[in-house]
Design a protein. Structure first.
Lengths: 199, 178
């Protein structure tokens, strides 16, 4: 068995995300639906957060369009293994463009947490780091210790190349922290923070 | 009907010119022969970023992300790709993202491949079911104006708009290789 399979993740998701965001103050953040959106909101609401509540499989693609439009700002996508797997081809699209300012963080508990903790592909043989590297994202790596949040944040802030971190989190369910569900509000607030009008 | 190379080039040029004049800065696409001119121009234009996709639904999210970051973007695809996008279209409705897509049609005129029929014949309905306004261009001379109008509706009024580029524009596909 590959050492990168998710047998038992040890990282506390809330603590990791909180440290990551605290150390990435300039980041424009996109969060994938479900628990990653709750984790990002629990770390403190920010105008520069774009929380997804749907569009499963679209988090990295949305982050890519944003990163290409804002090359001088770091863009951080925080999503889960199920969401990333649904849009896994997008890693090839990212690999083709190599946006220097995009960092992808997959919080991997090896399960579909929102729907009853069914095992996901990362518990059943998929090695996401190998997948990302195969798609051309060379700086793809696994994180097994909470203390490495700062190391990931350093990549976010440096904007020196696309990076992909698979973070092996504990398969638990912290209390829900629900971000705003009004997509129009979140979109307009995000654009206003960048100095753009509604349309 | 036959479409000459010169005519095909003219309407394809009108598509790209309308996108350029409309301030489009990102062009995301799954290729189609009918989009080949715009894709080539996008790749060569220093003010436009081309994004090749593995599936069309990625493009719905890419162009929404572009808008979030202050850029106008368009999605180019073939009619078969519209079906791939259906759930991702909910992103547009949930957030009211401006959206412009140009769809080259298959399965509706002198189609040789029956596998193109089921999606091609329901492309317009699929878009409309998801709340996207559908315009259609069937004559070479109207293409530029209609694409330009769609860009205005998307980026000035915040609408979600698709332009279907009829299969009559593209003409009969040659199945015999010389």
């Amino acid at each position: 068995m590959s050492t990168t399979l998710n047998a038992s993740g040890a990282v506390d998701r809330r603590a990791f995300v909180s440290q990551l965001i605290a150390a990435s103050p300039d980041a424009l953040i996109v969060s994938g639906l479900g628990s990653p959106s709750y984790d990002v909101f629990a770390a403190g609401d920010r105008d520069q957060n774009f929380y997804l509540w749907g569009a499963m499989g679209g988090a990295v693609a949305l982050g890519l369009g944003l990163a290409l439009a804002q090359p001088d700002r770091p863009v951080l996508v925080i999503t889960g293994d199920g969401e990333q797997l649904m849009g896994v081809g997008t890693l090839g699209t990212v690999g083709a463009k190599q946006p220097r300012n995009l960092t992808i963080v997959v919080l991997d508990n090896g399960h579909f947490g929102e729907t009853g903790m069914q095992r996901s592909h990362t518990s059943l043989g998929t090695d996401l780091v190998a997948v990302a590297q195969g798609f051309g994202i060379k700086d793809a790596f696994a994180v097994r210790e909470a203390g490495r949040a700062g190391e990931v944040a350093e990549r976010v802030m440096a904007r020196r190349g696309v990076a992909f971190a698979q973070v092996f989190i504990k398969p638990d369910e912290p209390p829900r922290a629900l971000p705003p569900r009004d997509g129009v509000y979140v979109k307009n607030r995000f654009r206003a923070a960048l100095g753009f009008s509604t349309f | 009907m036959t479409t000459t190379t010169t005519e095909a080039h003219a309407w394809q040029q009108a598509v790209f010119d309308a996108l350029k004049a409309g301030g489009v800065r990102q062009i995301a696409y799954v290729p189609d022969a009918g989009h080949s001119y715009a894709i080539r121009q996008a790749q060569q234009d220093p003010d436009i970023t081309d994004v090749v996709l593995t599936t069309e639904e990625e493009g719905v999210a890419v162009v929404s992300g572009a808008w979030l970051g202050g850029q106008r973007a368009a999605l180019l695809m073939q009619s078969s790709g519209v079906g791939n996008c259906v759930n991702m279209f909910s992103l547009l409705r949930s957030c009211n993202f401006p959206f412009l897509t140009l769809v080259t049609m298959r399965g509706e005129y002198a189609e040789f491949n029956p596998w193109q029929g089921p999606m091609g014949k329901t492309t317009q309905q699929a878009l409309e079911l998801m709340g996207i306004t559908v315009l259609r261009a069937s004559n070479p001379e109207e293409v530029g104006e209609i694409v330009s109008a769609a860009a205005d509706s998307a980026f000035l009024a915040g609408e979600q708009v698709a332009v279907l580029l009829s299969q009559t524009l593209i003409g009969r596909k040659k199945w015999e290789r010389n």
